[in-house]
Design a binder for this molecule. Structure first.
Ligand SMILES: Nc1ncnc2c1ncn2[C@@H]1O[C@H](COP(=O)(O)OP(=O)(O)O)[C@@H](O)[C@H]1O
Ligand SMILES: [Mg+2]
Length: 263
């Protein structure tokens, strides 16, 4: 290898331009063969570096987000769930809600796509350059409860303030004790007007008193959560049930479930 090339590799490595370092000899050769201008040589080389970094940041953020399963908005079949306005989801996918620090609440019975849509919006946020973190309400409250018992609530709360989008999945499946409710309220207050929350629940707002043990705290939580927010009420059939029906594991017609009776 000639000296200039050695120095070039060394400089690219020092600058941590790994992708450019890997590509530069190929690009030099091509530039010599095709007699491209200096700018036409340099620009794609640096663009390849930018793209590699973007991909690296994206995959780190996806890993850090802790999604149980990665789901995208593109995988969502809107025709199956007509109670959801595709236009509304498209509007949310512009990510204005993230920059506005406003919240999205997805309500509905099991299997209708709440977690899928919340994950899909969080994935869209990551692709749009934001950070996201996924946690179930149960894990969130037990984690913060443990931190509180150890006298470390403040720093742990700060962890849940870090990402631009916080998905809190399955609020209401399990009722919270009074410490749990207080901690949940503290988190919602701390993120209020500072970072978006994507929340899913199988309980309508009227039933939130049951989740938090009393209506006062439920009202205080809803007050902050809903001030800047979009609520998406999903009615309709469980997608899981449809898939089982299709597989012939369930013989239609089905008796109405609690969930379908309500909607
Ligand atoms: N309209 C839909 N199009 C494609 N997949 C769907 C749709 N609704 C639900 N699913 C899938 O069905 C399963 C259950 O959806 P999920 O979002 O977990 O429901 P929920 O959180 O409302 O209980 C998931 O695998 C999800 O990807
Ligand atoms: Mg779910």
């Amino acid at each position: 290898m000639n000296l200039a090339l050695e120095r070039l590799h060394s400089a690219l490595q020092t600058l941590q331009l790994g992708e450019a370092d890997a590509l530069v000899e190929n690009y030099l050769e091509r530039a010599a063969q095709q007699e491209v201008t200096y700018a036409d040589f340099l620009c794609p080389l640096l663009e390849a570096e930018v793209e590699a970094r973007r991909t690296r940041v994206l995959s780190t953020r996806m890993r850090m987000a802790g999604f149980p399963t990665v789901k995208t908005l593109g995988q969502f079949d809107f025709a199956f769930q007509p109670s959801i306005e595709e236009r509304q989801i498209k509007e949310l996918a512009t990510l204005r809600f993230v920059t506005d620090h406003s919240n999205v609440i997805l309500l509905g019975p099991p299997g209708v796509g709440k977690t899928h849509l919340a994950t899909g919006l969080a994935v869209a946020a990551i692709e749009g350059g934001h950070s996201a973190y996924f946690v179930t309400a149960h894990d969130l409250v037990s984690d913060l409860g443990k931190a509180a018992r150890e006298g470390k609530l403040e720093p742990r709360l700060r962890f849940y303030l870090k990402s631009k989008v916080l998905v809190i999945d399955e609020v209401g499946y399990l009722p919270l004790d009074s410490l749990g409710a207080t901690i949940f309220f503290q988190l919602i207050s701390a993120r209020y007007e500072r970072g978006s929350i994507l929340l899913t629940s199988n309980k309508s707002y009227a039933d939130w008193g049951q989740i938090f043990g009393e209506t006062t705290i439920a009202t205080a939580i809803l007050d902050r959560l809903l001030h800047h927010s979009t609520t998406i009420n999903i009615r309709g059939e469980s997608y899981r049930l449809k898939e089982r029906k299709k597989a012939g594991l369930l013989a239609p017609p089905l008796p109405p479930t609690e969930a379908t009776k309500k909607s």
